[in-house]
Design a protein around this ligand. Structure first.
Ligand SMILES: NC(=O)c1ccc[n+]([C@@H]2O[C@H](COP(=O)([O-])OP(=O)(O)OC[C@H]3O[C@@H](n4cnc5c(N)ncnc54)[C@H](OP(=O)(O)O)[C@@H]3O)[C@@H](O)[C@H]2O)c1
Length: 452
């Protein structure tokens, strides 16, 4: 049987996102796996189960049936990873199993987990895979160091770098939208497009991640991974979709991965005048650094120097303390009217695709207004789409890699991010201040918004 081993099983990510997805995998998909949860704060299985049940009364929506199924497969281990005895406690639960390690703990602990695993592995080699939560290092160099540690223990095809954005249904819809709607695929090029906007708007501020965020900033936290992932998935040539045949599917996954890296190789960075940074008012107090220049907002155009995209700006935006939580890709077409045709792919909160066309008004004059053609996942299928982590964990257990960036992608993404960082530092580009909870996703594309 497959065994999932979660490091950080008492943390925010595990309890709020992974746990509900495990519940759904067990109740809806008949998942065939057992779970070993590792945490510090609960002393034993009974108190850990109680802790999870208490969460159920707050904002973790799991049915009693799902909890019951989870608890039947659950083992809990209390361990401080720094104590070095983790694998002594774990060992009895791993014997004879195919093990799937999942690092959902602090990234600063990753090297220690890998060190202990390496020691234990010398005497207990077993088939195993590993999934890791971001951040994967903080620049190209630290990523390469992490990659070396991992590759001492796992072949590349068994390392899964998680970007949960890619598990969202609308992101996956991008593949179908392009691969199976040829007219859309043909329109997506410099001949018809004026610009593409890719935005991740967050409502929350830094909250309890103050120290981490102060060292990281929006460029490393969101641009290096989510934004570049969305950019590449949108802009690559999608290879032919695979049928059920396993080899074909593997080829599809490899092709997608290659195309994404190839696209990143063609990225041209913006001129320094085009880089806009922001910091929400009150951020410096929140992180206790009165002179902090860490950006909580970025608005940066990226260009792709290939035949399909040359000259089309991909405007990348992310901001904290925005007026709304919203992620989307918006495609603006060339137009002969003041209202350009637009294709809007909403990723969250609602999974939706809107297409704006111009139609005649109901008057006797030949006048037009924009109107919306709309698809919403819920409206069409009457059900919520599977949670992102449901897809991520399912694919991890089945070795399906399409949604996981490979190391070449992450390395190139860091090279781009490091180069932007160097430009920002060299030209001392400092952030504009913006008031919290006032900017909406639609309003951020105008440079004047940030002119103060
Ligand atoms: N939260 C999210 O929505 C989110 C989204 C994407 C990625 N991530 C990534 O996911 C990872 C975890 O984030 P998080 O928000 O869940 O953090 P968190 O709430 O701070 O949880 C950290 C977890 O690590 C455990 N831990 C800390 N020190 C430990 C030690 N010395 N020994 C054993 N366990 C230890 C904690 O155990 P105790 O609490 O029991 O001490 C807890 O289970 C990070 O890499 C983060 O970047 C998080």
């Amino acid at each position: 049987m497959k065994t999932l081993v979660f490091f950080g099983a008492t943390g925010n990510l595990f309890t709020h996102k992974i746990l509900p997805s495990l519940g759904h995998l067990l109740t809806q998909d008949g998942g065939d796996f057992s779970i070993v949860a590792i945490g510090r704060r609960s002393p034993n299985l009974a108190s850990y189960q109680q802790f999870l049940l208490t969460l159920g009364h707050k904002d973790v929506s799991l049915s009693p049936e799902a909890f019951s199924q989870l608890f039947q497969r659950l083992t809990y281990i209390q361990s401080d990873i720094k104590n070095g005895d983790l694998f002594l406690k774990l060992a009895p639960h791993l014997e004879g199993k195919e093990v799937f390690f999942y690092l959902a703990t602090l990234p600063s602990l990753y090297p220690e987990v890998l060190r202990q695993l390496k020691r234990w592995n010398q005497t207990h080699p077993l088939p195993k895979s590993i999934a890791l939560e971001k951040p994967f290092g903080s620049d190209e160099e630290s990523f390469l160091a992490l990659e070396r540690e991992l590759r001492d223990l796992f072949p590349e095809e068994r390392v899964f770098y998680v970007d949960h954005y890619l598990g969202k249904s609308t992101v996956l819809s991008l593949i179908i939208l392009k691969a199976e709607n040829l007219f859309i695929e043909k329109l997506l090029s410099r001949h018809y497009l004026k610009e593409v906007r890719i935005a991740v708007c967050e409502e929350e501020g830094v909250e309890e991640r103050a120290q981490f965020y102060e060292e990281t900033g929006a460029l490393r936290d969101i641009f290096q991974n989510h934004l570049l992932q969305l950019l590449t998935l949108f802009a690559i040539d999608i290879p032919p979709l695979c049928e059920e045949d396993r080899r074909e599917c593997q080829l599809f996954q490899e092709k997608v991965a290659q195309e994404k890296v190839r696209l990143l190789e063609k990225v041209r960075l913006p001129r320094k005048e085009e880089i806009i940074l922001g910091q929400y008012q009150g951020y410096r107090e929140a992180v206790g650094n009165p002179s902090s220049s860490t950006e909580t907002l970025i608005h940066i155009p990226i260009y792709i120097e290939n035949a399909r995209w040359r000259g089309v700006p991909f405007r990348m935006f992310t901001g904290k303390k925005m007026a709304e939580k919203r992620s989307f890709i918006e495609v603006i077409f060339h137009s002969v009217t003041p209202w350009p045709n637009r294709l809007v792919i909403e990723i969250q909160p609602e999974e939706r695709i809107d297409f704006y066309i111009n139609v005649k008004t109901p008057s006797i004059e030949l006048t037009s207004v924009p109107a919306k053609l709309n698809f919403s996942y819920f409206g069409t299928f009457g059900a919520k789409s599977p949670q992102a982590y449901q897809k991520i964990i399912h694919d991890f257990l089945h070795g399906e890699r399409t949604l996981f960036p490979n190391s070449a992608f992450i390395r190139r993404a860091w090279q781009i991010t490091d180069a932007l960082k160097r430009t920002i530092e060299r030209y001392k580009i400092s952030p504009h201040f913006y008031p919290p909870h006032t900017l909406k996703g639609d309003e951020v594309w105008n440079r004047n918004t940030f002119s103060s």
